[in-house]
Ligand binder design. Structure first.
Ligand code: FPP
Length: 248
């Protein structure tokens, strides 16, 4: 815990929900003349480190963009390796999640995952559903636009069945049709590898999210950088469209 520099962080102003776009595994591998798959393997170590650190710090929600819908178009060998890594991660981490009171959640078109990964995911979610220390959400086969279309379709269907009326459709009720219905909106988005893009991640939910971009590649991202990101977040004034004076 010592290297978390916990004293510097204000425990009363921690982001409740941290979302991360874990980018740069391929570039990390290329720089070291390794295969892209080796980069993803090292990326899993960063996932472990960050999950543990967030839990220790008292972050209540952590959401990781692990596989986008667009990622299916990558070379078959890379997709297979990512699915294998995910399966292995779920196998290896269940005990750790239970010990640390971490609930596993997932968002995305989950039924498009290979059956064994889907099965393992469901089992892990079921086994950890009583955990309350932190909710770890994996975005898998996830796309923000698809999530919005899914919500619209679900609302249209509820209107057609006369379960709701036009007046029931508003910002909060819309959010309750999203895959993230049980999560608060992210307070902080971290993106590694220096790209200033949202890449179809949590489009609706990030309306007022603070964004932190670091040049560090995901396999090199660790506790210290996480603390840096949160310190930076704590230095910001979140106005949600109001003026500074209105906030004080
Ligand atoms: C982006 O790097 C990363 C991904 C597409 C996959 C992220 C997956 C992991 C970190 C490992 C599996 C996850 C879990 C939760 C076990 P990139 O390949 O696009 O990097 P590049 O832009 O440098 O090519």
């Amino acid at each position: 815990m010592a290297d978390l520099r916990r004293g510097d962080l204000d425990p009363n102003r921690l982001p409740r929900h941290v979302a991360i776009i874990m980018d740069g595994n391929g570039r990390w591998a290329k720089r070291k003349s390794l295969s892209r798959i080796n980069g993803h393997m090292k990326g899993v170590d960063s996932v472990r480190t960050v999950v543990t650190a967030c839990r220790e710090m008292g972050i209540k929600y952590l959401t990781l963009y692990a596989f986008s819908m667009e990622n299916w178009k990558r070379p078959e060998e890379e997709v297979r390796a990512l699915m294998d890594l995910l399966f292995q991660y779920l196998m290896d981490e269940l005990e750790e999640m239970l010990e640390n009171d971490i609930r596993l959640n997932a968002i995305g078109e989950l039924e498009t995952l290979p059956p064994r990964v889907y099965g393992r995911l469901m089992e892990t979610m079921k086994a950890t559903r009583h955990c309350q220390g932190m909710t770890l959400t994996l975005a898998l086969s996830y796309g923000g636009r698809a999530e919005i279309i899914h919500a619209v379709t679900s609302i249209v269907s509820a209107l057609e069945k006369k379960e709701i009326t036009r007046e029931d459709v508003g910002i909060d009720s819309f959010a309750s049709h999203l895959w993230t219905k049980d999560l608060p909106d992210p307070d902080l988005l971290i993106r590694t590898s220096g790209e200033y893009r949202i890449s179809n991640f949590l489009l609706w939910q990030m309306a007022y999210t603070e964004i932190y971009v670091t040049e560090t590649l995901w396999p090199d991202f660790g506790r210290e950088e996480l603390v840096e990101a949160i310190l930076d977040y704590q230095s910001r004034e979140r106005r949600f469209g109001l003026t500074s004076e209105q906030l004080t």
